[in-house]
Design a binder for this molecule. Structure first.
Ligand code: NAD
Length: 343
């Protein structure tokens, strides 16, 4: 590990990847960060505008499935580390159209690892999700996901992520590629694409539109402020052991419906906006991470309390209306109209 590390961050124009880039440029002013992103509907270059002029930052528009392009980039840049955030990430979309999830999340990950093998690398880090463990029953609050909990996926999205995790493990074992995997719970914070629960509800509540909640809204998610996730990944890069998996979560379980009510409270909107809609197919009931390993071995702890993080997040969406209004007026609008009805 050296000071002036060169790090390729894939999917850095998306939600967590962009927050990771901001975090890393600040925390490690001697690192060089290259963002590799194909700018799908979920990638947004305007998110990165504040770092575009940073001499330690470079953006490359490239698809992780493009083997030739990826090899060329690795040959030119000779990166030390690759952190793979690039993915199709929306469960609902994976139910509508699974294929692209398999292509990007599985094949794309293997292309990146092949490039790592070919050109040598100090670490390949795969950003995975707690959804690979499937779900837990609501009436067993004593149960949590551990790193050795069997993979037991429900959606095409989580299945594609679990497949990628298995491949990453295989590249570690068979080719001795120095790999690590992190499996994180639900993130929230600035720059999250407006189709995900928290930004969707904020933006619709602000427009006095119905707030569509799946089923009874009792599904439980374990929420983590995005910066805490970024810190955990940085720690895994520096101190984590190759071949290991680390769960990341904040022990902050909440029913979806309570999150929506909290957003209504902050924005001073009536609960009558809430509308229960037909449940998502195969909807997971409860996710809950046990983060003991990363805490005990690497000393990681979440630093942002949910009550502070959610306030900061809502304020960010209020202060950055232009960012999400631009997004929802574009391509995304068609999808959004289809899913949630025209305005
Ligand atoms: P996102 O959808 O906001 O961003 C994904 C980014 O990947 C976009 O910028 C998109 O343009 C890019 N991308 C997609 N396909 C690509 C391809 N073929 N080549 C290059 N770039 C491509 O996703 P996110 O919420 O920031 O999630 C990032 C990662 O973290 C994903 O791997 C996801 O599985 C994982 N994760 C997310 C959460 C969460 O709560 N959002 C929780 C745990 C893990």
């Amino acid at each position: 590990w050296r000071n002036n590390m060169k790090v390729i961050v894939t999917g850095g124009a998306g939600f967590i990847g962009s927050n990771f880039i901001f975090y890393m440029l600040k925390k490690h002013p001697d690192y060089e960060i290259i963002c590799l992103d194909s700018l799908t509907y979920a990638g947004n270059l305007s998110t990165l505008k504040d770092v575009m002029d940073n001499p330690n930052f470079k953006f490359v528009k490239l698809d992780i499935r493009d083997r030739e392009g990826v090899y060329k980039l690795f040959e030119e840049e000779k990166p030390d580390v690759v952190v793979n955030f690039a993915a199709e990430s929306h469960v609902d979309r994976s139910i509508e159209n699974p294929e692209i999830f398999l292509e990007t999340n599985i094949i794309g990950t293997s292309v990146l690892m092949d490039a790592c093998r070919k050109y040598g690398i100090k670490r390949f880090h795969q950003v995975s999700t707690d959804e690979v463990y499937g779900d837990l029953p609501l009436d067993r609050p004593d149960l949590f996901f551990h790193e050795d909990t069997p993979l037991h996926t429900s959606s095409p999205y989580s299945s594609s992520k679990a497949s990628a995790d298995l491949l990453v493990g295989a590249y570690g074992r068979t080719f001795h590629l120095p790999v690590t995997i992190s499996r994180c719970s639900n993130n929230y914070g600035p720059y999250q694409f407006p189709e995900k629960l928290i930004p969707l509800m904020i933006q619709r509540a602000l427009n006095n539109e119905k707030l569509p909640v799946y089923g009874d809204g009792k599904n439980v998610r374990d929420w983590l402020y995005v910066e805490d996730h970024c810190k955990a990944i940085d720690l895994i890069l520096e101190k984590g052991t190759p071949g290991e998996v680390y769960n990341i979560g904040g022990h902050n379980e909440m029913h979806n419906i309570d999150i929506v009510k909290l957003i209504c409270d902050y924005l001073d909107k009536p609960y009558s906006l809430i509308e229960h809609v037909t449940d998502r197919k195969g909807h997971d009931r409860r996710y809950a991470i046990d983060p003991e390993k990363i805490h005990n071995e690497l000393g990681w702890l979440p630093e942002t309390m949910f009550k502070d993080g959610i306030k900061k997040t809502i304020q960010w969406y209020l202060d950055n209306k232009e960012w999400w209004e631009n997004i929802i007026s574009g391509d995304y609008q068609n999808y959004y109209d289809e899913m949630y009805g025209k305005k």
